[in-house]
Design a protein around this ligand. Structure first.
Ligand SMILES: Nc1ncnc2c1ncn2[C@@H]1O[C@H](COP(=O)(O)OP(=O)(O)OP(=O)(O)O)[C@@H](O)[C@H]1O
Length: 627
């Protein structure tokens, strides 16, 4: 995976590589900023450059003041001579303050916009990838790490502008030092190197640790969320799951703490070594200055300016090293984000393709094999060939795990076959326009989404791309038999269906199911896929829902029905029976019953449950038969 390669590349990073990559980092920060807010980005850039230049001018002016004050003449003459330079120092200080204020304001406007733009891109790309990518754990890890990229992009603005500022003032200080004495510049570098090394070493450790521990942190958050999530609350209380989850949460948090402690210990050690090195370098620098003064090789005014320039220079160099390092660290996270953009684009649902027939007569699965990613064992669908004639009810039957849901997911284009083809009147779905394919399908999945929005939104999300139609909404609610559900809600269709929000309301499983069917009906897809539509319904509601499904089919709507209630399958025009991913029988319900295969066996098992006499309770001896 991309992130792995990337993390290794970072671990090999050294100071030289960091400096060589600086222009590219600054350019990418600028690009992001310009994309978010062109005007604010320009203001930040201009004010930072101007502040750096102001520092250079200030240093030169101070040099001139010192030269005048320590030069020849009476004190009054020297002061008068220094006055213009002093005025310059004051003017530059005022200009710097104004520039800083402008920069703070512009950066304050720019930073949240950069984060928003980066986040929007992230969410947009993540929502557009294939389902298989979302289910792929490696891609999910990239999604996790890239999430931090947007906040990093925001911080890069501040670091980037400070780097520009520090670079310019460093160039000014270095220029002044080189003019004063050639030995001063190398001394300045020696004083700053230790902090560069220490910052780089610590950043490298932090980043490597982040990548190693990101999954662990995610699992920790997941456990924390489970403890407060309403869906898990009943089991936590009745089964006493709380202490179990808490124990795991604590264990995970403690492991994370140990890692933090390890990093802190290493950082303290590195910091100490760097401090000793800096101390020695500082002593050497000032001893050299003293030596030059003693030997008469340097004037006092020059030494004074040198001390100031070394102060400014080492501060700038320190800032530069720290900020470049921070910039680099953030850039690595932004790098994750950019990699996600690229990978998400590669795994995006393709746009365009062959047109599909408006009113196809049949859909054919030809030798379709499909295996879930990472699941090398038995394929979920194994060489399945079948026909789904349109304009009636086709039922998919089979025991748990036989591949029924997988088959309809392939039909809906959510996965691609590993082998074989799915033909819509001869057009291969793999080459078809996926938007058109989805357009033709409405789906009530087993675990359809219970959106935490109002009942109205829950229905119209069946076709969010079209303007809301009240008429269609009312029809869909009626078709799904959801009218009593809506009538019972305190604010009807405008009731919020999220109990953990104030004014929110919760529906029962069966009520939700009717709303799910209403949503699919609102979509008006040519093919309605219903996966276990009555699992949560009472006996009366079940009969009612199947009656409605039949009515839909009678009006020309194609229904692909997955159900374990074989009594309801009797009304299907065609039944396909799956077993362990293979198609084992196909035919009309009566034919299959007569054939005495798997369908007939499952049917008999269900029928027997009603007709068989109750077994005597365990331990009870049946009464002896007379005679
Ligand atoms: N997202 C997934 N990732 C990996 N394996 C999966 C996934 N979904 C299903 N499977 C596996 O594929 C096989 C077929 O599952 P599928 O959900 O299609 O069966 P089904 O016939 O619909 O079962 P049920 O009647 O229980 O709903 C099962 O072995 C299941 O474990």
């Amino acid at each position: 995976m991309g992130w792995n390669r990337h993390s290794e590349a970072f671990l090999e990073l050294n100071f030289r590589a960091m400096i060589t990559r600086l222009p590219a980092l600054l350019a990418s920060t600028l690009r992001l900023a310009l994309r978010a807010d062109r005007r604010a980005a320009r203001t930040v850039l201009v004010t930072q450059v101007a502040q750096g230049l102001a520092q250079a001018v200030s240093l030169l002016a101070v040099n001139s003041v010192l030269g005048r004050l320590l030069g020849d003449g009476t004190m009054e003459e020297r002061l008068r001579g220094a006055a213009p330079a002093l005025v310059t120092v004051a003017a530059v200080a005022l200009a710097s303050a104004l520039l800083r204020a402008a920069s703070v304001y512009a950066a304050g406007r720019l930073e949240p916009k950069v984060e928003r733009v980066a986040t929007e891109l992230y969410l947009e790309r993540a929502a557009a990838v294939e389902l298989a990518a979302i289910e792929d754990h490696a891609f999910h890890k990239l999604l996790d790490t890239a999430r931090y990229g947007a906040a990093s992009a925001r911080r890069m603005i501040a670091y980037g502008s400070r780097v520009v500022n520090a670079m310019i003032s460093l160039v000014a200080a270095a220029g002044v030092l080189t003019v004063l004495h050639p030995v001063l510049l190398p001394l300045l570098m020696t004083m700053t190197l230790p902090s560069a090394w220490s910052a780089l070493t610590n950043a490298r450790r932090r980043y490597a640790s982040f990548h190693t521990w990101v999954q662990h942190a995610r699992a920790g958050h997941l456990i924390g969320d489970l403890l407060t999530e309403p869906g898990a609350a009943p089991e936590i209380r009745v089964h006493g799951v709380g202490p179990f989850l808490l124990r795991h949460f604590r264990a995970m948090a403690e492991t994370a703490e140990t890692e933090q402690a390890r990093l802190a210990r290493l950082a303290a050690r590195t910091g100490l070594v760097a401090a000793v090195w800096t101390g020695l370098a500082t002593v050497t620098t000032y001893a050299t200055l003293g030596g030059l003064l003693l030997a008469g090789a340097m004037a006092l005014s020059v030494a004074g300016t040198a001390v100031l320039a070394i102060g400014t220079g080492s501060a700038s160099l320190n800032t530069l090293v720290l900020e470049v390092n921070q910039l680099h660290e953030e850039a690595l996270f932004v790098g994750d984000l950019e990699r996600l953009y690229v990978e998400a684009a590669e795994r995006a649902i393709p746009v365009g393709g062959l047109p599909l027939p408006d009113d196809p007569r049949e859909i054919r699965f030809e030798n379709v094999t499909f295996r879930y990613p990472g699941d090398a064992t038995r394929p979920a669908l194994d060489d399945v060939s079948l026909t789904l004639p349109l304009g009636g009810i086709v039922a998919l039957v089979g025991e748990n795990g036989s591949g029924k849901t997988t088959l309809v997911k392939l039909l809906a284009g959510l996965y691609k076959p590993e082998r074989g083809r799915i033909l819509w009147d001869g057009v291969d779905a793999a080459a078809a326009d996926r938007r058109l394919l989805a357009e033709r399908i409405a789906m009530v999945a087993q675990d359809f989404k219970r959106w935490p929005f109002t009942a109205r939104v829950n229905v119209v999300l069946g076709r969010p791309s079209a303007p809301v139609s009240e008429e269609r909404l009312a029809e869909s609610v009626a078709e799904a038999g959801a009218e009593p559900v809506i009538a019972d809600l305190p604010r009807g269709l405008d009731t919020l269906l999220a109990r953990h929000f104030s004014g929110g309301h919760e529906l029962s499983g069966g009520q939700w199911q009717r709303l799910g069917i209403a949503r699919a009906a609102y979509r008006r897809g040519r093919i309605l896929v219903v996966d276990e539509p009555t699992a949560a319904l009472d006996a009366r509601a079940e009969v009612e829902v199947f009656d409605r499904i039949r009515a839909l089919a009678d009006s020309g709507q194609t229904v692909v029905l997955i159900t374990h209630r074989l009594a309801s399958v009797r009304h299907a025009d065609l039944v396909h029976v799956l077993d362990q991913g293979k198609l084992v029988e196909s035919g009309a319900p009566d034919e299959l019953l007569a054939a005495g295969g798997l369908y007939a066996e499952l049917y008999a098992l269900q029928a027997d449950q009603f007709s068989a006499p109750l077994a005597p309770p365990a331990g009870e001896v049946p009464a002896p038969r007379p005679g």
